[in-house]
Design a protein around this ligand. Structure first.
Ligand SMILES: Nc1ncnc2c1ncn2[C@@H]1O[C@H](COP(=O)(O)OP(=O)(O)OP(=O)(O)O)[C@@H](O)[C@H]1O
Ligand SMILES: Cc1ncc(CO)c(N)n1
Length: 269
């Protein structure tokens, strides 16, 4: 593999290194994609929780987008934690301005420790203004409930939620099943062409799942940047997670981090 295509993460930092933009950069590097970044906010965070948040002002967000877009051929971008409506709007404005070929929206709302990373007005703005720009949206189960405005108890509810989220304007929908309790973790995929299917893997009994969602969305960005179509990229990203989740790093005292680099042996892209 000689070339590193460029990906972009538009997200918040995690001082604890396992989630947010740090997970994105580690994932992209492992999957041989050059990670550029627009920092929307900083979190003082570790595996036990979020201790403090400070957002970046809109002019600085604009400047970061402009710097990246002026110098790099971004093949795919993802959004992560956006914190509030003003920051969602700043990101929407820039996505509309720069038209990256593929946009993955990870509608991050609550960190594993329970801290809110997007407020209520932010959720509303994400639904009305950001989802219509999304080629793929990747909610976890609680996020899918909030986006669809309905509770999810079973697989039929997941199907209905995905349909509703697609109607909000996201072309393709991946509802992640990590927050379920079944022995099998089932992620549901509903594509723009009308096809849908489940991706299943054995549930790993671990609390070392900090940043799994960030990792999935940035893996999709990486595989798309390498030229895969969305269906292939979503499948490969799922398999990357299924491979690394059973072998986390024994670090931190809470929801521990993944070992993103484990995949490097699988030099297939
Ligand atoms: N315990 C687990 N065992 C196996 N796979 C898991 C487990 N937890 C999560 N996954 C997988 O990890 C990916 C992310 O799912 P999850 O629902 O945890 O996202 P998330 O809640 O957005 O994560 P985070 O908020 O920590 O970034 C999915 O592909 C899911 O199938
Ligand atoms: C900054 C940030 N983004 C996303 C997540 C979700 O994993 C997190 N915990 N922190």
């Amino acid at each position: 593999m000689s070339q590193y295509p460029t990906g972009l993460t538009i997200a918040g930092t995690d001082s604890g290194g396992g989630a947010g933009m740090m997970a994105d950069i580690k994932t992209m590097q492992t999957l041989k994609t050059f990670a550029t970044s627009v920092i929307v906010g900083l979190t003082a965070q570790n595996t036990e929780g979020v201790q403090r948040i400070e957002t970046v002002d809109a002019a600085m967000i604009d400047a970061q987008f402009a710097s990246v877009a002026a110098d790099f051929d971004v093949r795919a971008a993802k959004t992560g934690a956006l914190f509030d409506a003003d920051h969602v709007q700043a990101v929407v404005r820039n996505l509309a301005r720069f038209h990256f070929p593929v946009v993955v929206v990870d509608p991050v709302m609550v960190a594993k420790g329970g801290s809110h990373l997007l407020d209520e007005a932010g959720i509303a703005t994400l639904k009305t203004d950001l989802l219509p720009l999304a080629d793929v949206v990747t909610p976890n189960l609680p996020e899918a409930e909030l986006l669809a405005g309905r509770t999810i108890h079973n697989r039929v509810d997941v199907l209905n939620a995905a349909k509703q989220i697609q109607q909000l304007g996201a072309a393709n929908v991946v509802i992640k099943g990590g927050h379920g309790t079944d022995a099998v973790v089932a992620d549901y995929v509903k594509l723009a062409d009308g096809t849908d299917y489940w991706m299943e893997s054995p549930r790993v009994n671990t609390n070392r799942t900090h940043g799994t969602g960030d990792t999935l969305s940035s893996a999709i960005v990486s595989y798309v940047a390498h030229g895969m179509n969305l269906k292939q990229a979503i499948r490969q990203a799922h398999d990357y997670l299924a491979t690394i989740i059973p072998h986390p790093l024994p670090l931190g005292h809470g929801h521990g981090p993944l070992n993103h680099g484990l995949w490097e042996e699988h030099d297939e892209i």
